[in-house]
Ligand binder design. Structure first.
Ligand SMILES: Cc1cc2nc3c(=O)[nH]c(=O)nc-3n(C[C@H](O)[C@H](O)[C@H](O)COP(=O)(O)OP(=O)(O)OC[C@H]3O[C@@H](n4cnc5c(N)ncnc54)[C@H](O)[C@@H]3O)c2cc1C
Length: 484
């Protein structure tokens, strides 16, 4: 066992999963219009892990088996850098537009397994299970089967006032409704599982904002189960993949990863898949103290670098096509995007160069630069897209379909859509790509995705503020005031 092929992945999705799209239950996600293209793209990515070009850099060997690099437990700075290089390679295949590649969740499973002892701090010792051992076994299972994982952390919105207090709404939130000798039973809903319909398993972890009170005990748990578990249903948003050609929708036709709300209808979770139970405080500490959040941030920063580099390339190509690349103001606009790319690169470099060992014995990239990147990017990505709008303007609309090049008006299209540096077909292809980045439903979902990647921006900024080492800086101000 170990890395799997695309064909093995496709076969693994043909199970009894309950996925709902456009009012109907999906029979087979590997053939369903609106989902299947993204599934096939991911299958192709998994195949690349096997190819001679990538195998050495994207996988590692242990006991004669080959595993995905994102499962490697990093024991040195070099291991952290190897992991970073693999994340970046995966992200470049879609230029960051297929955001939820499996390496993201693999990073978290690896970190939780590396820090498994933490889970045995669980206060409820009555549970007939060993939480740390469960996580270690799950890590072996996930890497051995090269699972594609999704996750869900957030309860649906029902009562904003309660949510702000860190409390859950029993009407909708996923909660514990029972337990028996086999496991725990949960009901309710969670959002939002990106890649959910095409994952093998779903990790259900708590968000980090549970108030540590008795009321929250039924909402405090962490587990992982197959998507095809009885009682689990996924309700997909509408698809942004509309059956268009890759010329007409260069991104949406390939990288629709789908998001789904997850319903749990008396779902039984076996004890051996439970990692935390009835301990809100432990749940709140889990991502930070195991450093899972840092390993996830590392994967994300690598993906964002690939994405912003792509936007820089797109803007330069658009400016060159029209000859606007000679204009000082346009160069200045694009330079701002280049600064974002170089800022993310520098933060990533700093994080990897300052990788450190944690109390669990694993190395991780330094948190502060990654935390800076994860706070900046959700704010800056919408501005990058605004630059695509400003530079593209009506060219983003002067985008006839592939069929127009073959129809009765082909001559018009060839003549009136050319640019000084570009033939008509190439120009339309370029601006259809820009349209898919910045105007289409696919592109707008990308903006929303980036805005909310790690949670509400003000919440993340407040965490950043709390963690920042500011005392010495404040002391310097106080020292200065003393001398007045
Ligand atoms: C495209 C997309 C994909 C996603 N994929 C996943 C996924 O795979 N797995 C997953 O678990 N989640 C996923 N999410 C959900 C994401 O984690 C949440 O959107 C995010 O945590 C914010 O929660 P929310 O949507 O309930 O919004 P809210 O929490 O309601 O936030 C909305 C706004 O309310 C305000 N606000 C919220 N909380 C506070 C507070 N405590 N104090 C002050 N103001 C506050 C902020 O202004 C915030 O912008 C995804 C979201 C999107 C958009």
């Amino acid at each position: 066992m170990g890395i799997k092929t695309g064909a093995q992945y496709l076969a693994s999705l043909q199970d009894s999963r309950s996925v709902w799209l456009r009012g109907k239950q999906v029979e087979d996600v590997t053939t369903e219009p609106g989902i299947a293209n993204g599934v096939r793209t991911l299958a192709g990515f998994l195949d690349r892990q096997q190819s001679p070009e990538y195998k050495n850099s994207l996988t590692y060997q242990e006991d004669g088996e080959t595993f995905s690099m994102s499962f490697l437990k990093p024991r040195s700075v070099e291991d952290v850098q190897r992991r970073g290089a693999a994340y970046y390679a995966w992200a470049k295949w879609s230029n960051g537009m297929f955001g939820r590649t499996p390496d993201y969740k693999n990073a978290s499973v690896m970190a939780f397994a590396g820090a498994a002892e933490f889970l045995n701090e669980n206060r409820d010792n009555q549970a007939p299970t060993n939480f740390a051992r469960n996580m270690e076994s799950y890590y072996e299972e996930a890497r051995g089967n090269d699972y594609v994982l999704t996750h869900t952390l957030v309860n649906p919105q029902f009562n904003a006032a309660l949510a702000k207090e860190g409390l859950s709404s029993p009407e909708v939130a996923l909660r514990l409704i029972g337990e028996n000798s086999r496991g725990i039973v949960v009901s309710g809903a969670r959002l939002l599982a990106t890649l959910g319909p095409s994952a093998n398993e779903i990790e259900v972890f708590p968000s980090t904002l549970l108030k540590a009170s008795e009321e929250n005990i039924p909402y405090a748990f962490a587990f992982s189960i197959p998507i095809a578990t009885p009682g689990l249903r996924m309700i997909c948003r509408d698809s942004y993949e509309h059956g268009k050609s890759t010329f007409d929708a260069p991104l949406a036709a390939r990288f629709e990863e789908m998001d789904a709300v997850v319903i749990f209808d008396r779902v039984e979770v076996p004890w051996e898949r439970v990692f935390m139970y009835k301990d809100p405080l432990l749940c709140n500490r889990a991502f930070a103290e195991t450093n899972a959040v840092v390993h996830m941030m590392h994967q994300v920063a690598c993906g964002k670098l690939a994405k912003v580099e792509f936007i820089v390339g797109l803007l330069c190509a658009m400016a060159h096509a029209s000859g606007k690349d000679k204009d000082m103001a346009v160069k200045g606009q694009i330079a701002e995007t280049m600064w974002v790319a170089e800022t993310v690169r520098a933060l990533l470099f700093s994080a990897e160069a300052h990788a450190e060992q944690d109390k669990w014995g694993l190395f991780h990239a330094a948190r502060r630069p990654l935390d800076t990147a994860r706070n900046l990017f959700p704010r800056l990505y919408p501005k990058l897209i605004e630059t695509v709008h400003m530079l593209g303007s009506s060219s983003l609309m002067a985008t006839p379909c592939e069929a127009d090049f073959n129809g009765d008006i082909a001559q018009d299209v060839e003549r009136y859509f050319q640019l000084t540096n570009m033939h008509s077909r190439d120009r339309v292809a370029l601006f259809r790509l820009a349209h898919d980045v910045a105007v289409s439903g696919f592109g707008n979902r990308q903006v929303l995705y980036e805005r909310f990647f790690f949670g509400p921006q003000n919440v993340m900024a407040s965490i950043y503020y709390d963690l920042y080492n500011k005392d010495e800086m404040i002391d310097r101000v106080n020292e200065t005031l003393k001398g007045l």
